[in-house]
Design a protein around this ligand. Sequence first.
Ligand code: H2B
Length: 98
Amino acid sequence: MAELLDDAAITARLKDLPNWTRDGEEIRRRVKAPSFMAGIELVTEVARAAEQADHHPDIDIRWRTLTFALSTHSAGGLTSRDFDLAARIDAIASRHDA
Ligand code: H2B
């Protein structure tokens, strides 16, 4: 099982992910897609990446604004799995001009 990261490790990993902010035991990022349907397509790609990683974000969809939140439920906080998936979400978002 993935190990919980301490505050220093979380701060270090967030330096490589400027779009993400920490909110307690999770990290979150907002993405503005060019349109509602582009946002849904982006979410579908994130869903595929999440299935592949067997790690799943909380996703909030409001018209074309998406919010992704990551936390490792089984560990009760942040692990490397969250930061690895965050980087994949960033790559997908940039391919979607978001
Ligand atoms: N996603 C997240 N965000 N946290 C988890 O602890 C988690 C998950 N656990 N996706 C996975 C699935 C677990 O249920 C399977 C069995 O590995």
